[in-house]
Design a protein around this ligand. Structure first.
Ligand SMILES: Nc1ncnc2c1ncn2[C@@H]1O[C@H](COP(=O)(O)OP(=O)(O)O)[C@@H](O)[C@H]1O
Ligand SMILES: C=C(OP(=O)(O)O)C(=O)O
Length: 568
């Protein structure tokens, strides 16, 4: 890779200048002269067999529209429409994969979203990674979105006297403290949070990393706790600490977003990230608060993903999902509060509820954990990935496997191959019928758009079209189509860069940046021209097109239509 720091910097500036100009186009749906209009809706269904694509723009114009993901393009040429992977892939970036070359290999391997966990490393390090990703997108035609993940207030070990793990033997007595001290002391563990022992009483249990080891509190010494190990195990660096009394978790009332998190969020805004994953969400208000804050800070819409990792978040699941732009099932921390045998059913429940409420869901943590060390996954891990895909999760995620593992790219290819296999099994052997209304759940607020998309998917599956094209300003129609998990892939044409980047997380959607006008025929011609020029569709392919033309200053009507076209 011949990118000098200077050229990287120059291109980074270009990226920011570009995203700024795109931001200016952000408008409320249906706005005309700054006023929100009442939506009148006309629905049209047209069959246009054998229609030609007159008005196709010249190829040099087409090339100016750089909004096609180079990896999806290659996959489509090699495997055809049905071979396109529907499940999206998220990779956590860490020291093992942060060079430009590593990031490029991950992008080529199918990474749709790069996740940066703000728990680790410096903002300077994260900035460097974000700029490399944006540079690769611009220079190589990738379409990789960037997500930052907040640290939140969690109690964890900052020092236990060893660089790696320590064994806690049964009956051994340890001091847990928040005091800072020089060097290390035997049998002394330092916690990150001063008030970590507030309200904790003798007899309470201290559980390490959700059950890796367990202690009982035998004495309080000021704010320090003397604890005896009752279930031996390993103490890892940054191990999580939780206290239990009478079989229930004791909450220390820590805020979901700490001062450091707010600074990290400001950092994410200034770097133009696409998603913020919010750790330890316990209610919808904290999500709404962050979304309101972001709307005042950023002209582009940054999507907020709530991490489901506490018992409280499970109790308020629906309201949290409704308030968020998407969900991450953070099985690592969830396993600290929920008995491990319940994680699979919780995962399925959260995934189903997300689909019903039309929000994307990521399944995270330990998918191929053994690959942090070994070059092949266990059979059980492949079964776990396949199960998430069978449940139609929108995305699966790598954590330590890519961040610190020795086989990150291989781990990514395991996710890719297991996803493709399970997807084709669901389609072919399971005869993937459209979801029944009961599976899709309660009607969504835009009932007409929802019905159009449900019908469009039913038609697309019945007719057996090769692809669905959707023209979407805000991504909503694309999400509604994706919610039905159709057989053909969905090509979502939008003229909003941030909608394109957000749709990257959506099952089965290939988002494409293109100029859209109020003339839908021109949009259709332009999109067909683009995919034809790139050799992605051939004569004889059939496409079902769904459009949602917003009102203009001249018309106050939303025109929603379904058309079927044979490409010739
Ligand atoms: N930016 C980073 N810098 C250094 N190490 C990292 C970074 N991101 C992740 N890691 C390492 O990868 C591991 C897995 O990362 P992550 O998925 O964020 O989970 P967690 O923080 O819960 O362990 C972390 O424990 C940490 O050791
Ligand atoms: C994804 C998770 O969050 P984190 O990596 O921040 O612990 C998790 O707990 O599964």
């Amino acid at each position: 890779m011949a990118a000098t720091t200077e050229s990287l910097l120059r291109i980074s500036q270009k990226v920011f200048a570009e995203s700024h100009s795109l931001d200016l186009k952000n408008q409320v749906f249906g706005t005309c002269n700054g006023m929100k209009q009442r939506r009148k809706v006309r629905v049209g269904v047209q069959a246009v067999a054998g229609a030609d694509s007159k008005g196709v723009k010249k190829s040099h114009d087409v090339n100016l529209m750089a909004g096609f993901d180079a990896v999806a393009e290659r996959e489509l040429r090699e495997k055809g429409f049905m071979g396109l992977r529907r499940t999206k892939l998220v990779c956590t970036i860490g020291p093992a994969c942060c060079s430009l070359e590593d990031l490029e290999r991950l992008a080529l391997g199918g990474m749709n979203v790069a996740r940066l966990n703000m728990c680790h490393n410096t903002r300077g390090w994260h900035r460097d990674v974000i700029r490399k990703i944006k540079w690769l997108n611009l220079d190589k035609g990738f379409c990789v979105s960037v997500m930052i993940d907040t640290e939140s207030s969690q109690i964890h070990v900052v020092d236990h006297g060893a660089p790696f793990s320590l064994k806690a033997e049964e009956g051994s007595v340890w001091v847990f403290t928040a005091q800072k001290f020089e060097g290390s002391r035997p049998f002394t563990v330092r916690a990150n949070y001063e008030g970590f022992s507030e309200g904790i009483m003798v007899g309470d249990e201290l559980v390490i990393d959700g059950g890796m080891a367990t202690f009982v509190v035998v004495e309080r010494m000021g704010n320090d706790l003397r604890c005896k190990c009752i279930d031996p195990g390993l103490l890892l660096p940054r191990a999580k600490l939780s206290f239990w009394r009478d079989g229930k978790l004791s909450y220390q009332g820590l805020p979901t977003l700490s001062d450091k998190d707010w600074d990290d969020i400001d950092f994410g805004v200034s770097e133009g990230v696409d998603f913020i994953a919010m750790s330890f969400v316990n209610d919808a208000d904290s999500v709404k608060h962050l979304k309101n804050y972001l709307s005042t800070k950023s002209s582009k819409e940054i999507r907020v993903l709530a991490k489901i990792e506490t018992l409280e978040s499970l109790r308020k699941l629906e309201e949290i999902i409704e308030a968020s732009d998407g969900i991450m099932v953070a099985r690592g921390d969830l396993g600290v509060e929920v008995p491990l045998e319940q994680i699979p059913t919780v995962q399925e429940e959260v995934t189903r509820t997300c689909r019903q409420l039309n929000k994307p869901v990521i399944i995270a943590s330990q998918l191929v954990e053994s690959m942090v060390e070994y070059p092949t996954p266990t059979r059980a891990e492949v079964a776990d990935v396949s199960e998430a895909v069978r449940q139609y999760a929108d995305a699966v995620m790598l954590s330590g496997e890519s961040a610190i593992g020795s086989h990150g790219q291989k781990a990514l290819s395991v996710l890719r191959m297991a996803s493709s296999r399970m997807e084709s099994w669901s389609r072919v052997e399971n005869q993937q019928v459209a979801f029944h209304q009961s599976e899709l759940g309660v009607p969504l607020p835009d009932h007409i758009a929802e019905e159009i998309c449900n019908s469009a998917v039913e038609m697309a599956n019945n007719i057996g079209v090769d692809a669905i094209f959707v023209y979407t300003k805000h991504g909503e129609m694309a999400r509604l189509l994706s919610r039905n998990r159709p057989k053909p892939p969905i090509f979502a044409f939008t003229d909003e860069k941030n909608v394109q980047m957000a749709l990257n997380l959506q099952w089965g959607v290939i988002p494409i940046l293109i100029d859209l006008s109020d003339d839908m025929e021109a949009n259709i011609s332009r999109s067909i021209g683009l995919v034809k020029t790139k050799g992605m569709v051939k004569d004889g392919n059939s496409v079902l097109m769904v459009s949602d033309l917003p009102p203009t200053c001249a018309t106050s009507t939303v025109f929603q239509s379904i058309q079927v076209k044979n490409i010739d």
